[in-house]
Write a protein that binds this ligand. Structure first.
Ligand code: FAD
Ligand code: EPU
Length: 338
């Protein structure tokens, strides 16, 4: 039974733990709930915000509108040659979905273990970690069109995935609510341990021929050592994107800062490690009022208890200014600011 609540605190619905209120709030468990919700006047008369786990948002003020939390569940799989097509409801917790795949021997998402949030949000910013992005396993998704109430299917080529980008953040922003995502996974794993500390972690565990469960465990271990747990320290993961710059711009940066941490991109540009830039500016582990950066990862901004969204936002602006004046590079926020 659909229940629209009024004047509700969003503190438990965002991983930053920011205490703001929404005029209205509804939790959705099925596509039928969505149809019912959009027949209601309350929905038609105000602005809308879709959330899953709230782990990539920063609320800087009360939300004067309707917040729609997507909790559509269910996981189904069918074999397709050597591949497995797995369809999950948008409200499945991402890491529960990863664990399901690992337990069933469906390979492809093990490097994305322990990312907070929901399946439905995973295409929005094309989540990525440890050498894999959502786009590498994405087959299609279904979405409710807000204007018409129709369900539409989006294939890979419709989504325009890029680094922390997709059509859902760009030209289609605010138009669709993702209801299911289908992944193309493999019965024969293609183990990918090339990124960062995965190899070292596997060696420490004495594992020479890792399976997908080993990779998932190694990635989870590394993540826990670097990133704060939102259930104790509010945060939304990386606050900024790693900046991608042209080669000629990079030439200026590296001339002045020869040890700058950087990686080539497939489109012949250079990606800089924002965490390194921020650390070099002296911000790593800094506590400023109720906010600051995480002691083990300067790219993560945290709530030390009672931070307001405005406080975190203003702090992020200070970091942007400082990185710009030291390196001439402009950081872009990765977290959705509301
Ligand atoms: P929300 O925060 O609820 O929403 C995010 C955006 O998606 C919003 O714009 C929202 O409107 C939209 N949205 C959500 N659900 C839907 C839907 N069903 N239909 C349409 N729009 C929707 N991200 C990475 O990519 N890699 C990482 O390694 C990573 N590590 C993290 C570590 C920590 C500790 C934290 C807190 C976050 C991390 N993140 C990472 C960010 C976050 O986990 C991802 O962005 C995740 O996909 C957010 O899921 P969510 O359900 O919480 O989305
Ligand atoms: N670094 C520093 N100081 C820091 C943090 C990082 O010098 O305080 C250096 C590290 O030493 C390393 C490099 O920066 O050489 C990269 O660091 P790390 O491997 O921790 O990854 P990242 O680039 O900071 C990105 C993603 C993460 C993802 C990891 C692992 C972005 C914006 N962030 O972080 O995603 O988990 O790689 O693949 O691309 C997120 O999006 O919320 C997120 C956590």
């Amino acid at each position: 039974m659909l229940h629209i609540q009024e004047n509700i605190s969003l503190k438990d619905y965002n991983s930053f733990g920011i205490d703001v209120k929404a005029n209205h709030f509804a939790e959705i468990f099925s596509e039928a709930d969505l149809q019912t919700l959009f027949e209601n006047e309350i929905t038609q008369l105000q602005k809308l915000l879709i959330i899953g786990g709230g782990s990539n948002v920063l609320f800087t003020q009360d939300y004067e509108g309707l917040v729609i939390k997507i909790s559509i569940k269910g996981i189904e799989s069918i074999a397709n040659g050597e591949d497995i097509l797995v369809t999950a409801g948008a409200g499945e917790v991402w890491n529960d979905f990863v664990n399901y795949c690992v337990e069933h021997g469906f390979a492809g998402v093990e490097n994305l273990s322990l990312i907070p949030g929901t399946v439905g949000a995973s295409p929005i910013q094309n989540i990525g970690a440890y050498g894999v992005e959502l786009k590498d396993v994405f087959e299609s998704c279904t979405a409710f069109e807000i204007k018409t109430g129709k369900i539409r299917t989006f294939n890979f080529s419709d989504c325009h995935f890029g680094y922390r980008e997709s059509a859902f953040k760009g030209e289609l922003k605010g138009q669709y609510i993702i209801t299911t995502v289908t992944f193309r996974l493999a019965s024969q794993p293609n183990i990918n341990t090339s990124y960062g500390a995965i190899e070292t972690e596997l060696q420490n565990r004495g594992i020479e021929k890792p399976n997908i469960a080993d990779v998932s465990a190694a990635v989870s271990h590394i993540r826990v050592s670097k990133l704060p747990d939102p259930s104790t320290i509010g945060n939304a993961g990386s606050f900024f994107k790693n900046p991608v710059i042209e080669k000629y711009e990079f030439a200026d940066v590296v001339a002045k800062h020869p040890d700058v941490v950087h990686y080539p991109t497939p489109d012949d540009k250079i990606k800089l490690a924002a965490g390194w830039l921020i650390e070099q500016c002296g911000w790593k582990g800094k506590v400023v009022g109720q906010t600051g950066t995480w002691k083990n990862q300067a790219l993560v901004l945290v709530n030390h208890g009672n931070a307001t969204g405005k406080e975190v936002y203003n702090f992020s602006a200070q970091i942007i200014d400082s990185v710009k004046s030291t390196f001439g590079v402009t950081l872009e926020r990765e977290v959705n600011i509301l």
